[in-house]
Write a protein that binds this ligand. Structure first.
Ligand code: HEM
Length: 197
């Protein structure tokens, strides 16, 4: 089975399962779509952060998947862009000050702003214009975008409560986010100990 097929079919299965799950919840189609796009965006953002440390911890198994990080990051941006479009259209009437003032939304807006810069600078021509040092510096902000979107997610997740106050999909997404943090820390410590030994 090719790597590309494996990665994209896993994302497709994730989307289908989430859609089926959302159809069982008592939300309007628009509300379900807003939540669905936000959650899949968050999943993909976490996945883009999980691949790096997996490749450090188990290079034989995961190094070959590193090439998908950029595509997964851009896909996360596109899902969140859909999430932003629907919330601005249906909740805030394109009034940005209303959106900024809404509880828990500001971290999401800041996270999206960073993701937009990351998506633009991931085009090969722009990346080579910037040079690898500047590009690397900009892409460290991926971690900031992730933390901001995690805060936004936890503040805005709205059940219905099925497990510890979250619905099952929110709970799995949050576990996935926590896994991304743990693996990032583990990868960081392994790189440091390898450097100093
Ligand atoms: C990195 C960027 C973002 C991510 C990963 C993200 C993700 C999420 C997630 C996972 C939820 C919770 C869904 C649930 O109830 O389970 C959510 C809710 C929400 N987000 Fe975002 N979001 C982002 C940016 C934004 C932006 C830019 C806006 C608005 C301008 C926004 C507005 C909202 C609103 C209003 C809700 C509540 C939806 C509802 O309960 O009906 N988000 N977001």
């Amino acid at each position: 089975m090719s790597k590309t097929f494996l990665v994209f079919s896993s994302i497709f299965i994730l989307i289908i399962f989430s859609l089926i799950f959302f159809s069982t919840l008592p939300f309007s189609f628009t509300k379900a779509a807003i939540k669905f796009l936000g959650i899949i965006g968050f999943f993909l953002l976490s996945l883009s952060l999980i691949l790096g440390p997996l490749a450090v911890l188990w290079p034989n198994m995961f190094l070959k998947y590193l090439e998908f990080r950029k595509t997964i990051g851009v896909a996360a941006f596109l899902f969140v862009a859909g999430h932003l479009y629907l919330t601005m259209q249906n909740y805030f009437g394109w009034n940005f000050s209303k959106a900024v003032a809404a509880p828990g939304v500001l971290p999401g807006i800041l996270g999206f702003f960073i993701l937009t810069i990351l998506a633009i600078t991931s085009f090969d021509k722009i990346a080579s214009f910037l040079g690898s040092k500047v590009w690397k510096f900009i892409h460290y902000f991926n971690y900031v975008a992730f933390i901001l979107s995690f805060i936004h997610f936890v503040l805005k997740s709205a059940g219905p409560a099925q497990i510890f106050g979250f619905n099952y999909l929110e709970f799995i997404a949050i576990l996935f986010g926590v896994l991304a943090i743990f693996l990032q820390l583990a990868g960081f410590f392994i790189r440091i100990t390898k450097k100093s030994s």
